[in-house]
Design a protein around this ligand. Structure first.
Ligand code: TNX
Length: 764
């Protein structure tokens, strides 16, 4: 009997577990109509029917996907009566539209083009429940879908760190899985030249390797290890073909006239000073750029772009154009002669040298345009007159997109506020691989709306799409590339693909576990923060308490403790929000199936200012307002970098906070913290003044302190200022903390106003 039972159990999954496909994948299709008609049963009897080489190739790819997802072997153009048919004759205005029709006999994937059909294949693939199955039930349905934007890109910098052909192909696979159609390949930069150019062999011989790499963000320590690599033209062509078979266009970028230090190492005569130059071993923006006055620079640009266009069939060719300091051009007789000869003058806030870049950009434009291609460049290309058909990549926020569209140029949105996947994706940076800084979680990516509301309907049409950027200064290997990309790529693809009215982050989170299981069986390394608990802390003055809300992925259970002990399934089960009035160490954990999240841990330290009514006279800077004034008295002290949401950031304005203690109280000390990130101009406060009042109208100054010059040694971290008060009773305390008005001469941003980041103002 016992034996029978266990045998029966062993067979049970094979015999009767009905696994069902779900077409609500990522990106969410525009229309999914499931009916109660009999489903299609996907099993090894099924064949994929396809006609013509291209469709047969796609059929083989789909058979591979089905095998990976479910273990089921289907053949191509076999004899099976039940079939999946691949077609590309859908009549639709959108060339990438597709339709999937599922009934009990067949699944028809029909695209308006082969690319559209391929996107439909991705939807089918992602709809399949991952696991080892003998059959999958595909509900009868009509899916009709098309992308919102024609340009759906991801950028990959292979210069700061080199990634080999196989890794680049896997990157392309990742884009295909998320329905992207554009791979922006950043092939040249100060720290390494990565593509073979036959006319300039030293670019790969010399400029593709740097002697060593700086450790950390600022110069000081180097690793002593050479780093390099490049792609031959044959390898590049192989990658282009691989991408094309996945309906992805590869846009090459040759970044000019800045970001050219590696090329200058190989060909020093192309620089203003004649060199010597090294392949740069640091990060940042170097002053060593192409000389704009030198005719051989123009020949170099023409030759390189022509070879690039020989390799890359892409309609779009990116010429970079970002971050080109004009220091050398100001001193260079050849550049000055060019300014004169071309009659270039300063205009508005741009100097003649700034506008000299426009001369180079237009030269590159003509080379590209001469071959019937379209030039793209970073938003700096707007700093001079550019032809109407050049495309602007807006990276310094969305301003470039707005200006570009207003000038009638097409634009691609890739702002560093939402689309920089080299930025941290979690606030707890101590658990993250070292990154360039910033904070762009999945939710922030998801929230991005590419079409600025400021534009007129006609201008809005010029926003052709959206793209993420992956700069690899601090991305050392391919698993880390994947970790930085996913699941932010999932959020990106929904921004690019799905109609805005269908976008909803909570709903997206419900669909992400299915995509995670795809990542799992593909062996992708991805960030799992979405499975973690996120806590929202809201001070509630009327209750003199902190309201705590937890959320995590659907289907998970949260357990928590308040005394710092490890939470387990035996701890308090979170059902709804709760309030904390006293000191606590909150620890919480989520379980999804057998998978345990990371443990959330926050310390609440209660003092007289905690959970009081507060108001700020001046607003924090737009990007650093987060939850506003209550953050300063929520009992939780900011740590980590200044973008975590725990710090409020002020520039050109004091942090001027008034605290209503509710009744008169004796207070002896005021403490506050400042977050320092010196290289970004985020430095210590310059002064504080504390005033007290019993009625909220008449204030007396309790104390005023000047902190003097900022410390050069203090580069990162937190500074706590403790201010002694007079021990009198006040109901209202007003604290004014002033930023450093002007950064000192030794700072890279000398004389500019500094940022001031404040958190947790406490009164004892
Ligand atoms: C700015 S975005 C750059 C890159 C850096 C990146 C780091 C752009 C056009 N230029 O050179 O790698 O910031 O986030």
């Amino acid at each position: 009997m016992k034996l029978f039972a266990s045998l029966f159990m062993a067979f049970l999954p094979v015999m009767s577990v009905a696994v069902t496909a779900d077409y609500n994948v990522i990106p969410l299709p525009n229309k999914v109509d499931v009916s109660s008609d009999s489903p299609f049963v996907l099993n090894s009897e099924v064949t994929i029917r396809a006609t013509g080489d291209e469709m047969v190739r796609n059929a083989d790819v789909l058979a591979g996907y089905i095998k990976q997802a479910t273990g089921i072997d289907v053949d191509v153009n076999g004899t099976g009566e039940k079939y999946i048919r691949l077609k590309a004759d859908l009549n639709d205005v959108n060339p990438e539209a597709y339709e999937i029709t599922v009934n009990k006999d067949s699944v028809v994937i029909n695209g308006a083009s082969a690319a559209g059909m391929f996107h439909g294949m991705q939807t089918v693939r992602k709809s399949l429940p991952a696991g080892s199955h003998t059959s999958v039930s595909m509900p009868a349905a009509e899916v009709y879908d098309f992308p919102r934007f024609e340009y759906r890109g991801a950028h990959f910098d292979v210069c700061r760190h080199f990634f080999d052909v196989e890794e680049v192909k896997t990157f392309i696979d990742m884009l295909a899985l998320h329905n992207l159609n554009t791979f922006h390949w950043h092939l040249s930069d100060d720290q390494g030249w990565r593509i073979e150019i036959k006319k300039y062999p030293l670019l790969t011989e010399l400029a593709s390797t740097r002697t060593q790499t700086v450790i950390g963000r600022l110069p000081g320590k180097w690793d002593g290890k050479p780093h390099g690599g490049f792609y031959t033209q044959e390898e590049a062509k192989d990658i282009i073909k691989y991408a094309a078979e996945r309906y992805i266009n590869v846009i090459p970028e040759i970044d000019l006239p800045g970001h050219m230090r590696a090329a200058l190492h190989a060909y020093p005569h192309l620089g203003c000073t004649g060199g010597p130059y090294d392949v740069w071993t640091e990060w940042g923006v170097t002053e060593e750029v192409l000389c704009a006055g030198n005719d051989s620079t123009l020949i170099f640009i023409k030759d390189v772009l022509n070879e690039i266009m020989d390799i890359f069939p892409s309609k779009y060719i990116n010429i970079g154009g970002d971050e080109c300091p004009k220091t050398r051009w100001k001193e260079c007789p050849k550049c000055q002669a060019r300014i004169k000869a071309e009659g270039i003058t300063a205009k508005g806030k741009f100097s003649a040298e700034d506008r000299l870049q426009g001369f180079i950009t237009r030269y590159a434009y003509n080379v590209v345009n001469g071959r019937g291609r379209t030039m793209l460049g970073w938003d700096e290309i707007l700093e001079s007159d550019i032809p109407q058909d050049a495309i602007v990549m807006s990276w310094r926020g969305t301003a470039g997109a707005i200006e570009g569209a207003r000038r009638g140029n097409r634009v691609v949105q890739t702002p560093n506020t939402h689309m920089y996947f080299d930025f941290y994706q979690s606030k707890d940076i101590q658990f993250e691989p070292f990154a360039i800084g910033g904070y762009i979680p999945v939710e922030k990516v998801y929230s991005f709306e590419p079409v600025p509301s400021e534009l007129t309907p006609e201008q809005k049409k010029l926003v052709i799409g959206c793209q993420s950027n992956l700069w690899t200064e601090y991305i050392l290997d391919f698993p880390q590339v994947q970790y930085m990309e996913m699941p932010r790529l999932a959020a990106l693809c929904e921004v690019q693909w799905t109609a805005p009215e269908k976008k909803n982050f909570e709903n997206f989170k419900n669909r992400i576990p299915a995509l995670f299981s795809v990542y799992d069986y593909l062996g992708y390394n991805y960030a799992k923060h979405l499975g973690d608990i996120s806590a929202t802390y809201t001070p509630v003055p009327s209750k003199k308490a902190l309201k705590v809300d937890f959320s995590t992925l659907k289907g998970s259970d949260i357990y928590y403790t308040l005394d710092g002990t490890e939470p387990t399934v035996n701890s308090t089960h979170y059902k709804k929000n709760f309030y904390v009035k006293n000191d606590a160490i909150i620890k919480a954990v989520a379980f999804r199936g057998g998978v345990k999240s990371r443990i959330l841990c926050d310390t609440i330290s209660v003092n007289a200012a905690s959970f009081t009514k507060v108001s700020l006279k001046n607003s924090p800077a737009e990007n650093y307002t987060f939850a506003g004034a209550p953050t300063l008295v929520d009992g939780i002290t900011g740590t980590g970098n200044y973008r975590t949401g725990r710090w409020l950031g002020f520039i050109n304005a004091d942090c001027d906070l008034t605290i209503d203690l509710g009744s008169k109280k004796t207070v002896n000390t005021l403490d506050f913290n400042v977050c320092i990130f010196q290289c970004d101009g985020v430095v210590d406060a310059s002064a504080v003044t504390v005033r007290g009042s019993v009625n909220g109208k008449d204030y007396v100054t309790i104390t005023s302190e000047d902190f003097g010059e900022i410390s050069r040694e203090k580069e990162f971290g937190t500074v706590t200022h403790s201010v002694a008060l007079d021990g009198n009773k006040y109901r209202y305390i007003n604290v004014v903390i002033s930023p450093t008005k002007s950064l000192p001469a030794w700072h890279a941003f000398a004389a500019s106003p500094a940022f001031l980041f404040i958190d947790e103002i406490s009164l004892k």
